[in-house]
Design a protein around this ligand. Structure first.
Ligand SMILES: Cc1cc2nc3c(=O)[nH]c(=O)nc-3n(C[C@H](O)[C@H](O)[C@H](O)COP(=O)(O)OP(=O)(O)OC[C@H]3O[C@@H](n4cnc5c(N)ncnc54)[C@H](O)[C@@H]3O)c2cc1C
Length: 400
């Protein structure tokens, strides 16, 4: 039986995030976006509201919720602003859940309670100045030296780079494999900001997500204890792909929230703005744009819900998650462009939020695997050029 009913718990978390954003985000989002100013106090407030440990088990201080809850959270967060959803994508999707799934007992007890409470903030460092989609093109090296690895390299376009203290970072532990582009030479590390040789820099002048923090991280002879390897040496690529399965899910559900924000803004405007003696919502071509937003929202939500369901039962979901990400992001770009159009010249200024939605919508078709990469994945699955390996590791099934 297929049941689309949201549980009381789902509705409660949806309401919690909505209220949180109404109080802490929406009152000053236009000014922060204008000033390109990240609000670091938001992280502390999110921690206090129990939002950062949402899907972590209670034994680590989390709320033990399922992945539908995470999707609904991301929807509501991006309904307010993309920068808020990015926090969930990175801190929860790309860092906390991977440590929960790949960490050993010591790492889990060392990192997860702090990540759940917001005392620790996570960042994910895969992209570099010369390599984004082409993961094996990264150049960060991690040479073994006794009981440690020495990291050198630079990560670029890293969300929360300036505020994170717990960074999940990928580098080559085998230089011969790096030369041969053999991804089994990549390893994942949990790096602490306090380790000597770690520096971060803010990226200015972004098109969108201006109220979010994006930066670069440099590693200059950073000595990382071997116990900070996540998973095994050589499992870095596998872990990075696992991380993206979770991050893409949060981007897909967030983009669905952005479509809904565009729709709601247009409904209000279409009832009040009049041309040729009638509300613009009564013109067929405006209706067409609204209809496209309705459809985009509905099928984006269905797609991320299916991915959430697979995650909840511990089944592989790379294909379904990537599909949800591609479609929801593409639909959110269309919805945001239409939303500006519906608002006419007013949509061209930040008097209305749709201008911000338009700029913010572009990023999601670039980060966490560009639109082209998601399309290639779908074709490769269909053509039998790609399949999920038996015995791969999935997210733990939520136990409440
Ligand atoms: C706001 C923002 C936040 C980000 N946060 C993070 C973060 O926290 N951590 C992190 O590690 N990274 C982050 N990124 C980086 C992001 O993941 C990369 O930008 C993304 O993976 C694409 O890589 P690239 O920019 O190097 O583009 P490239 O890989 O250079 O691609 C350029 C263009 O070529 C296309 N292309 C590439 N290869 C192919 C192919 N085989 N076939 C067809 N087309 C192809 C791409 O789709 C794209 O259109 C962030 C980026 C942004 C904009």
């Amino acid at each position: 039986m297929i049941d689309f009913t949201l549980t009381e718990e789902h509705l409660a978390v949806q309401g919690l995030v909505k209220n949180f954003c109404a109080k802490e985000v929406l009152p000053n989002i236009r000014e922060r976006d204008r000033a390109a100013q990240f609000d670091p106090t938001l992280l502390e407030k999110m921690g206090k509201a129990d939002l950062l440990g949402l899907c972590l088990p209670k034994e680590y201080g989390g709320a033990g919720m399922d992945y539908v809850s995470l999707g609904l959270t991301c929807e509501e967060a991006e309904y307010a602003d993309t920068s808020v959803r990015v926090i969930f994508s990175v801190h929860v999707g790309l860092v906390s859940l991977p440590i929960l799934t790949w960490g050993n007992a010591k790492q889990k007890s060392q990192y997860l309670p702090g990540l759940a409470s917001g005392k620790r903030i996570g960042a994910f460092g895969l992209t570099e100045p010369d390599a984004g989609s082409d993961v094996v093109g990264i150049k960060t090296t991690a040479d073994r030296d006794g009981n440690a690895f020495v990291l050198n390299g630079e990560k670029m376009w890293i969300s929360l780079a300036d505020v994170a203290d717990t960074m999940l970072v990928f580098g080559w532990t085998d230089r011969a494999k790096m030369k041969a582009r053999d991804h089994s030479g990549l390893t994942a590390f949990v790096i602490e900001r306090t380790m000597p040789g770690v520096t971060t820099h803010t990226i200015h002048g972004k098109l969108g997500v201006r109220a979010g923090n994006t930066g670069s991280i440099s590693f200059a002879d950073v000595r990382v204890p071997a116990e900070n390897v996540l998973g095994e040496v050589g499992e870095g690529f596998k872990i990075a792909m696992f991380c993206l399965d979770q991050g893409r899910f949060t981007v897909a559900s967030g983009a669905t929230g952005l479509i809904r924000a565009c729709l709601d803004a247009c409904l209000d405007y279409s009832h009040t703005r009049k041309t040729f003696g009638q509300p613009i919502g009564e013109h067929q071509l405006v209706k067409e744009m609204i209809a496209r937003m309705v459809a985009g929202f509905e099928y984006s939500r269905l797609l991320w819900l299916r991915a959430a369901w697979l995650k909840n039962i511990g089944k592989p979901n790379t294909r379904e998650t990537a599909l949800a990400k591609w479609i929801a992001c593409e639909q959110s770009e269309t919805a945001a462009a239409d939303a500006v159009q519906v608002h006419g010249a007013y949509g061209f200024s930040d008097e209305f939020p749709v201008e911000r939605f338009y700029r913010n919508s572009k990023g999601s078709s670039i980060y966490e695997g560009s639109r082209e990469i998601q399309k290639l994945m779908q074709a490769d699955y269909a053509l039998g050029l790609r399949s999920d390996k038996p015995g791969r590791r999935e997210l733990p099934v939520p136990i409440g």
